[in-house]
Ligand binder design. Sequence first.
Ligand code: GDP
Length: 439
Amino acid sequence: MFDNLSLKLDKAFQTLKGQGRITEINVATTVKEIRKALIDADVNYKVAKEVTDDIREKAMGQNVLTSISPGQLLTKITNDELTHLMGGESVDITIEGNPAIILIAGLQGSGKTTFSGKLASYLKKQGRQVLLTACDIYRPAAIKQLQVLGEQIGVEVYAEPENKDAVKIAKAAIAHAKKNNHRIVIVDTAGRLAVDEEMMNEIARLKEALAPSETLFVVDSMTGQDAVNTAKAFNDRLNFDGVVLTKLDGDTRGGAALSIRRVVEKPIKFISMGEKMEALDRFYPDRMASRILGMGDVVTLVEKAQQAFDEDEAKRLNAKLRKNQFDFNDFLTQLEQVKKMGNIKDLMSMIPGVGKAMKGVDVDDNAFKPVEAIIRSMTTKERENPDVINGSRKERIAKGSGTSIQQVNQLLKQFGDMRKMMKTMNKMGGGKRALSALN
Ligand code: GDP
């Protein structure tokens, strides 16, 4: 995400490297590069100009402290400006009414149905009773898709495949929700390939009839400038409350994320970065800005870790590590929890400094597959005590996991090394400290 933009911005700041102070000339050169980088990333020209004019003005008004370089100062100012451009504060969705109604609008293929499922799963995790409603009356496949997602996340889906009146279906869903104690009804609507009058009328009718506490407009960030134009068309008609940017995991230039807020004056509320149901994040302008600038996003990383990791389980593993009893069963548990956190490259890019170093590096999410397969091919006894794994056992494990004896050996060696290291650390009394620092 934003790889190109980040690289170009980094290059822009490089022009200030070695410069001891801010001057009109060096700021002008850097600001020009920043503007070019933003426009290349598909940021609307007018927006890019406004932002860079602000950056220049702020930079010129500041005296550089001896402790920071002009490059660092400009990075900080750009970070603040990008945060401001994307709305400054994070804005939550409004859940009000009994049931609260959330209306989902957007073009066909934007990721509406996928997002509806993700949002339901997100709200369910917060302990809320959610009902999904399929109001795409034109595509029976869309109803089926929502039903499949509902089943996957354990959320009921209300549908009337024969009914061709979206308002009636939605009203029946609300009545159903009231009767069955669902507190939130998410209404997935029909989209079209392009903005058209009939679609707009239908969604506007739904909005009027249902009076949702939140209307979200879903847009594919890969569509660049078009995303901004579509947002404008929907907003003119629907006056929606927030934007959901999807497919930010793809090869997007990111401009949509940066211009939508300024152009339609509505906050981005969620970003979606993948097809998995967990790939949904609340949108925080400041975190996104620091990710774009390669400064990492430790806050999101920590939150993801907190969501994925079970605290009691962490304590149990901690104790085992300290006693040097950490075995392959524990290793497998850890691996599963890391996988739950999402795409490995995205996770790594949230670590400050790592994002930049990882540019262009292909991190294979499947890298852990052989490791997992090897452990799964071990018996319980072998997992608990890897020392019993002799030659013939290795052969069996390699065969069972579809790997080679070398791969099995390698994993055993790494595991042995880790245990040795833990033993030394524990002996030195540092283990406890090092581990508590990790918590
Ligand atoms: P709808 O027509 O607006 O309901 O769109 P869908 O939810 O059916 O999504 C269209 C396609 O985009 C599907 O193949 C989804 O799996 C895919 N999709 C949705 N969100 C994302 C995302 O955040 N990232 C990626 N890579 N694909 C997505």
